[in-house]
Design a binder for this molecule. Sequence first.
Ligand SMILES: [Zn+2]
Length: 301
Amino acid sequence: MRRWTGYFIVCVTIFFGRRVWADELRTVTLVYTCSNNGMLRACACPGDPRGGLARRASVLRKIRDEVGEVLLLDSGDVLSPLKRFEKDAVVLKIYGLLKYDAVAIGDQEFANGRAFFAERVLTSGLRWVSACLKDAETGKRVAPPYIVKKLSGVRVAVIGLVGPDVFEFMEPDKTGGLTIADPVETMKFYLPELRRQADVVVALSHLGDEGAVALAECVQGIDVIVGGHTQVLLPEPLKLGETFIVQAGPDGEYVGRLDLTVDPKGRIVGTRNQMIPLDRHVPDDPEIARMVEAYFSGRVK
Ligand SMILES: [Zn+2]
């Protein structure tokens, strides 16, 4: 779905001092997913069905066994596009077991209505981030705007962004009482704060592919944008200026892995990106597979 209609933007260039450390190059591993769309198991498509949270869990374990600590991210639309209360509750539970570091709030997180969002989504224990979404009445954000995590001595900030355009086709009652700030202006506002706290800045962009490009072009100083909302698969990162854009495609069919090599001045001097297909060659994680099958067999409601 391409829903970008354009944000009014004044492009700026902002220069920031970066932290300097004294030793060698360091590597941080970002693992990213998007557009799960409420999927618990592989698509029912013919040929080589891909996806499924049990396969995802296996891939995540393998990467963690290889490199130790990673930054695990999702750019939103974790849940189904239509009302699926019971199924989405299982998705949320499994996402919690996968130990995400930050998950952006997408429009589909509201598809079950505001009550489900407040009572089940926000209280699920997932580390939701959203710098743009506020309660209109109280003016408070519905979730923290960003997180900062240190890996291999490198501090990484991750901010969540979503724009008004992506809610275009959602019934008003599902998002009533929310205000949605312009994501580009929001990113400009937060970037100095993020730069003070982190060596690497990552934006979880629930803005569509064109929105992600506009973000990169108009706010210099973002290192990585993890795209979402549109079901785009980027086999290799796009590079716009100094910003890398990655996106992992539709229905949770892939896990993306981006290894960043960071120099002693905090600059990204190398990248290695892999798109890992969750195909039949990936074994199921037994615990997650049991939870998924329990749902489909009617043992979990
Ligand atoms: Zn979306």
